[in-house]
Design a protein around this ligand. Structure first.
Ligand code: GDP
Length: 302
């Protein structure tokens, strides 16, 4: 998990920063900071974070703590890492003491939710855990079959499914079945890829969260929002809304391997105060990495 193989495009986009800092002089500070801010905005870090980072650097320069472009790079990286750590908090997945731990996975269609569930399931299975998947997506045709495929590939079990049932009921029954089975360590609950603007569907999602809590006191242990990395700053509104309605505990940034816009996730963390826990870097079972702010920022600014 030490290397982010999915950061090539971001690194390309940010390559200009290195060049910029190489030519920094004290007199040219304002020009450098302006260009730096622009570069960060181009990589979708968002205006707020980009400005914040540059203000941080300016402060250090004025305080005489910076002697070279390399010093600026160190400060730049630590400003981004600090934002991720201080605003987001722990990136560790929180599992419960009682079996099973329950994860509720939410996000809009096409963002990579099903794939992420398959990857998570694989990851837990590899670690020796017994996994059950719950299909709370009753809106999309063939959602069950699709999830079942990932289930089989990752060696998990499938929870009960009933065409026409409410998602909340299916997920409730899934956790119930896992509790009865006794040996299931983790239940991963898929939900409908509802449009976040659709109020009725958001209500159903809230209900899913509530009924899981009724079944088990600490469930869900995590509510993870899957965000499509290629959407850049558009993910900000989505994250705000999901957080307001269901209360998120973590983020999964997908498709980082195909985008130069992943910087947006720093804006999301800064804005809603929820940490990134995993990053998707490809389409296979293995392509999920635990998120670590320092490793991430090191990969972006080598
Ligand atoms: P869902 O509608 O949110 O369940 O999305 P899916 O899991 O079906 O994924 C949508 C598409 O994104 C599929 O073609 C996946 O292969 C692709 N995908 C998901 N995660 C990643 C990722 O991390 N990297 C890449 N390159 N593709 C991904």
């Amino acid at each position: 998990d030490r290397i982010f193989k999915g950061t090539t495009k971001m690194r390309e986009k940010l390559g200009v920063v290195d060049e910029l800092l190489t030519y920094w002089t004290l007199e040219g500070t304002e020009d450098t900071l302006e260009a730096l801010e622009e570069s960060l905005i181009m990589a979708d870090f968002g205006p707020k974070v980009s400005l914040q980072v540059c203000d941080d650097i300016r402060e250090k320069i004025l305080a005489g703590k910076i002697q070279s472009g390399d010093d600026i790079l160190v400060e730049l990286k630590s400003a981004i890492v600090d934002t991720l750590i201080q605003k987001g908090g722990s990136t560790e997945l929180k599992l419960g003491d009682d079996k099973p731990s329950v994860l509720l996975i939410v996000g809009v269609n096409g963002g990579g939710k099903t794939t992420t569930i398959g990857k998570l399931s694989h990851r837990f299975s590899q670690e020796g855990a017994k996994v059950m998947l719950g299909c709370g997506d009753t809106f999309r045709a063939a959602a069950f079959e699709q999830l079942k495929k990932w289930c089989d590939r990752s060696g998990a079990q499938m929870g009960p499914f009933e065409e026409g049932s409410r998602p909340s009921k299916i997920l409730y029954k899934t956790v119930e079945q896992a509790m009865k089975a006794g040996d299931i360590d983790i239940v991963i609950c898929d939900t409908s890829g509802r449009l976040h603007t659709n109020y009725g569907l958001m209500e159903e999602l809230k209900k899913c969260r509530r009924v899981l809590g009724n079944k088990m006191p600490n469930a869900p242990n995590e509510v993870l929002l899957v965000l499509d990395g290629t959407t850049g700053l558009n993910m900000l509104n989505q994250a705000r809304e999901f957080h307001e309605f269901v209360g998120l505990t973590g983020l999964v940034l997908t498709k980082l391997d195909g985008t130069a816009r992943g910087g947006a996730v720093v804006s999301v963390v800064n804005e809603i105060g929820v940490p990134v826990k995993f990053v998707g870097v490809g389409e296979t079972l293995q392509d999920l990495q635990a998120f670590d702010p320092v490793t991430f920022v090191d990969a972006l600014f080598p």
